[in-house]
Design a protein around this ligand. Structure first.
Ligand code: NAP
Length: 228
């Protein structure tokens, strides 16, 4: 299934268009809200494959302690393993330095033939951050954005931010009730010795317990670290 740079083979038939979803996130940990988001996006946009891509050193999180990339990738692999239309990628975690989405999308655009269209899926707030930073015009030409929102999210405000940029971004919004689950709440539940059953895949829950992730000392912010 995988070819160069650890990326899945897609785009083989030049006579047709392929749609590749790139599911970007820190995934610390991955949970059912993420999985439902990917499934809804896949159906809504007719994606051939959704590639879950844990961020290596996430931009905007340089002042926070983030679980090791290997653990976040392992959990992502476990959570996606049973769905043949989902895949997990080491692409960003194997790259040096801070993760910028525009760099990833450029590399994917260079890697895949033109008949593969790219759709970058992530939380709506994260998308607003991405659009505000790092070569916004370049981003607009590379991908359609799929912005996942929790119920009650102010989409009008988000649209205003996008329009104010003056750049022709293609952003589709999808409301995901299951995003009431958050990675933060899962980390806090584990820290407090509570159950996270039914919030994430059983295998992920088992991995968290087995590796001793999210114990109290692990989720404290790193004091004095300098953010971006
Ligand atoms: P974040 O700020 O931690 O997340 C913002 C919100 O979106 C949170 O509520 C989060 O919930 C949710 N979210 C995150 N990923 C999601 C996903 N794939 N599907 C649905 N909801 C999601 O965001 P982040 O994890 O650091 O970054 C998300 C993606 O944007 C990553 O690929 C990151 O590299 C990229 N990003 C790039 C830049 C840049 O290039 N300058 C800047 C910011 C983010 P949970 O906490 O429950 O996930």
């Amino acid at each position: 299934m995988h070819e160069g740079q650890g990326l899945p083979a897609i785009g083989g038939d030049p006579a047709r268009e392929y749609r590749l979803g790139i599911m970007g996130g820190t995934f610390d940990p991955i949970h059912y809200g993420h999985l439902v988001t990917a499934e809804r996006a896949r159906e809504a946009l007719g994606l051939d494959l959704v590639l879950f891509m844990p961020a290596g050193t996430p931009a905007f999180k340089l002042d926070q302690k983030v679980t090791s990339a290997e653990d976040r990738y392992a959990m992502t692999l476990l959570a996606t393993a049973t769905n043949p239309l989902f895949d997990a990628s080491r692409f960003e975690i194997d790259r040096e330095g801070t993760t910028y989405t525009v760099d990833t999308l450029r590399a994917l655009r260079a890697h895949y033939p033109d008949n593969v269209k790219l759709f970058f899926i992530t939380g709506a707030d994260a998308i607003m951050d991405i659009l505000a930073w790092h070569d916004a015009e370049g981003l607009a030409s590379l991908t359609t954005f799929i912005a996942a929102t929790r119920p009650g999210y102010d989409i009008v405000r988000a649209q205003e931010i996008v329009e104010a940029s003056g750049i022709d971004f293609d952003v589709r919004y999808i409301e995901i009730p299951a995003l009431a689950i958050s990675s933060t709440s899962i980390r806090e539940l584990v820290r407090d010795g509570k159950s996270v059953r039914y919030l994430t895949a059983t295998a992920v829950e088992g991995y968290i317990r087995k590796m001793g992730l999210y114990r109290a000392e692990d989720i404290e912010r790193v004091e004095g670290a300098v953010g971006q």
